[in-house]
Design a protein. Structure first.
Length: 264
């Protein structure tokens, strides 16, 4: 990755611009008589050592990993169509108070989700499906003959994940009243997730010493109301069995729409 720093030119914030709109005149051959000082009222404000992050490796990896994930899900579910629309990297990053965080920027790294949750509610799942299917696909797939699922994949990016691994709850042990809808308010959109209230009968599982070749596939929404795993709660937890020198957890996850034709 070829990150670098440079001196970047911004427009200066001048009181002048409160009464006079910034302008630049590009004179024609007939108007070369315009004095240099009259060609623009824009003043430059230069700042040194601005970080510039190389997006080539990440964007390339992102596109390739989404394609790889879609192929994995097509094979696993026998799907007719898979749309992998979201990819997130997570680690134990800590942001200072006031840090601007753009959820739509898939290059940004998020921290582990430590509260039991499901990524979508019934209503928000419908909204996601509607947002990513074309008009033609809606006509084809939303006719009762297809089953649509929102599926998360979760994969560690360290050789063995022992620090803050992921655990998931057996959906069959979850009571409907445990799922509490919660708004996720972002600067340009409103989302909704399920948070999970406690019940002693919940059964939690994890894969000890999970490696990158052992990804989780978690169903977060299912159009089939008879599906046993319609919503799969999950979270990151503090692993008491982790050695003191365990590398900090790093992971990558995707969200996909998986469409399969129902059996006649």
């Amino acid at each position: 990755m070829s990150d670098t720093t440079a001196t970047l030119a911004y427009m200066a914030k001048l009181p002048l611009y409160e009464t006079e709109k910034p302008y630049t005149i590009i004179p024609s051959a007939e108007r070369e008589d315009i004095a240099d000082g009259d060609r623009s009222n824009v003043e430059v404000d230069s700042h040194e050592n601005i970080n510039i992050t190389d997006i080539r490796p990440w964007m390339s990896d992102c596109k390739g990993y989404k394609k790889e994930t879609a192929e994995l899900l097509e094979k696993h579910f026998g799907a007719e169509r898979v749309i992998t629309w979201d990819l997130r990297k997570r680690n134990v990053v800590t942001y200072e108070k006031g840090t601007q965080w753009d959820y739509n920027d898939q290059r940004q790294t998020d921290g582990p989700a430590i509260m039991a949750h499901v990524d979508f509610t019934y209503e928000s799942g419908i909204m996601v499906v509607g947002a990513y299917l074309t008009a033609e696909e809606k006509t084809k797939y939303l006719n009762g003959h297809y089953r649509i699922r929102l599926v998360n994949t979760w994969r560690p990016m360290v050789p063995v994940v022992e620090h803050q691994p992921l655990a998931f709850c057996d959906p069959r042990s979850v009571l409907p009243e445990q799922l509490v809808a919660c708004d996720r308010v972002m600067c340009d959109q409103l989302g909704e997730v399920y948070l999970l209230s406690y019940h002693p009968e919940n059964k939690w599982y994890w894969l000890s010493k999970q490696t990158p070749s052992e990804p989780y596939l978690l169903v977060s929404w299912d159009s089939d109301s008879c599906g046993e795993a319609r919503y799969c709660p999950h979270l990151s937890f503090t692993n008491k069995l982790a050695p003191a020198d365990a590398p900090p957890r790093e992971s990558v996850e995707t969200r996909s729409i998986v469409i399969t034709r129902k059996e006649d």
